[in-house]
Design a protein around this ligand. Sequence first.
Ligand code: 13P
Ligand code: SF4
Length: 334
Amino acid sequence: MIDINKAKLNLLSSGFLNIHIDSNLDLFKEINILKEKKNAVILAHYYQDSDIQDIADFIGDSLALAQKAEQTNADIIVFAGVHFMAETAKILNPSKKVLLPDLNAGCSLSDSAPPALFKLFKDKYPNHIVITYINCSAGIKALSDIICTSSNAEVIINSLPKDQKIIFAPDKNLGSYLNKKTGRSMVLWNGACMVHEIFSLEKIVKLKIRHPKAKVISHPECEENILSISDFIGSTSELLKFTKLNESKEFIVVTEPGILHQMQINKPNKVFIPAPPNNSCACNNCPHMKLNTLEKLYLCMEYELPELILDEALRTASKKPIERMLQISKDHGL
Ligand code: 13P
Ligand code: SF4
């Protein structure tokens, strides 16, 4: 039995406390008991550790997770992902308790767009509609007209008249990829994801020489030079689907390597090679996503902390552009 109080758990989630969990405890069993007892649902992103994916009720990309969060009947949503994802779940579910195993699980892309600076930027472009990638704070969402994810961005942009002026934020790589795909010239905010901007083109090309039959598949948050040599570009769920349906037996996967777990489960006989970054590390884990662990998941369900709390005025203002995204997605069968 763990002897801690709520204050200690808050310290734990801030990384100040190291709680010892009885090593005899079967965390999978305990988490399942808590899930049942508390009518909780565990939603996990594909970039989470394999054991978290294995115990989750639902695993998905940012769009599917937002849709699931909107539909759930659970009393507690445990979000195994990063802060903006849990925040989106809370925006859609004010009466539910939303828990995040580690409240420090942020996102470099979200951090690259502080709301006060973004407001000044937006004011320079009157008559522009603001489309923002879901990887942003509630403050940015509240300044936006429509939210999008990498699964529905093209559909959302194309739903607007061709001559509609658009600001796209915060990811400049995704934004310029979408400008090419849709033939628009959206004004881009200069943000990027720390994981997707450090893939090494040189190392990927070398891998391709060693594995000539492998398909290079990349997330659109990657830089242009990586996207230009890719055989397929898509969101995490689209990459996963591609590896299921494409006849190739080998894939060089240029996104956070957590996605490889589901690829391998779906196609155990195929080979998935995680693309390396341009530093001395062999893999390119997202340090934010990987802050969540099975132990923290257990503790947060046991103590119902840390809880995501959101100012009500901010919640209402940030809800509208998310609802617009969900409606357009629904209208297009996404
Ligand atoms: P998707 O899973 O929606 O493609 O998003 C990727 C990502 O970077 C999430 O942080
Ligand atoms: Fe943010 Fe990039 Fe990590 Fe996704 S992978 S949570 S965009 S830092």
